[in-house]
Design a protein around this ligand. Structure first.
Ligand SMILES: [Zn+2]
Ligand SMILES: [Zn+2]
Length: 269
């Protein structure tokens, strides 16, 4: 069976190691069928400056991807992992996608906006805040900017009790993604994180089985990715995510089969 991953970082984001060529080399050893490089995108201002590349890094990013492509025995795609905020819509659409020509954009909804600040949702509990996070996430899904949503259940890392509010937020995010036809990612990296105490005992902070059962029930397109921040993690976490899905009885698809930019690209070639 094919194994691809479309969630891969590089040293340019300042919290990952390795260059695209290192990820490609490891992926080739592990029988990769396609790889997407999706480092955290630059911003036109100091937002999240500590955990992403800068605009000045972009030419190097493109060079690193181009070099990796030359060495890869499988197709390599490139894009960015982005947040959503209406203030950056043109940045994502006009700059990242059109000017730079990013082949794909990943929606990673990590933050909730509050008093002009962006807070990492798992570290900030609170019902009103979670509802604001859900509204923003649904808006991002509906923006039409993105090719898939990464770890749509990441907020559950900070919301261990699946009460009615939390469950309704799960439902809203899932139904928005299903309505938009946006593939949802089971994130392999989360499985390697320190477990937390959930309703049914110890569990990974994300992915969360109950969320994915709801997603499957709603007819979501489910894919598995690594979210690699080290070359040795290029595919292993994606395989772990597949195992998680299998154990939960979920059917998943290979990302390369459902991401439309991959199909368009294949037609162009
Ligand atoms: Zn990261
Ligand atoms: Zn990521």
């Amino acid at each position: 069976m094919n194994i691809s991953s479309f969630h891969t970082h590089t040293r340019l984001c300042k919290h990952a190691t390795g260059e695209p060529v290192d990820y490609v080399r490891q992926a080739a050893v592990e029988g990769c069928s396609a790889l997407g490089i999706s480092d955290h995108c630059p911003y036109p201002d100091p937002t999240w400056a500590g955990s992403r590349m800068t605009v000045a890094d972009v030419p190097e990013y493109l060079q690193l991807v181009a070099r990796a492509r030359e060495t890869a025995p499988f197709p390599v795609y490139w894009g960015f992992e982005c947040e959503w905020h209406p203030g950056y819509e043109s940045w994502y659409r006009d700059y990242l996608r059109h000017e730079l020509g990013a082949e794909y954009l990943v929606y990673g909804s990590h933050w909730v906006s509050e008093n002009g600040e962006f807070l990492y949702i798992p570290e900030y509990p609170g019902r009103d805040r979670l509802i604001r996070y859900a509204n923003m996430t649904v808006e991002g899904i509906q923006s039409g900017l993105y090719d898939y949503i990464a770890h749509p259940d990441i907020f559950l890392a900070g919301y261990p009790h699946l009460d009615e509010t939390v469950l309704s937020v799960c439902r809203e995010i899932i139904s928005a993604a299903v309505a938009a036809g946006l593939p949802m990612e089971i994130n392999g990296l989360g499985l390697s994180r320190q477990p937390i105490a959930g309703d049914g005992g110890s569990r990974a902070p994300y992915p969360v089985r109950e969320f994915w059962e709801m997603a499957a029930e709603a007819g979501a397109i489910i894919i598995c990715n690594s979210d690699a921040h080290r070359p040795e993690d290029v595919l292993k976490p994606a395989r772990n995510a597949r195992r998680f899905a299998e154990e939960a009885g979920l059917s998943v698809q290979d990302p390369a089969d459902v991401l439309s930019f991959v199909r368009d690209n294949a037609v162009r070639r």
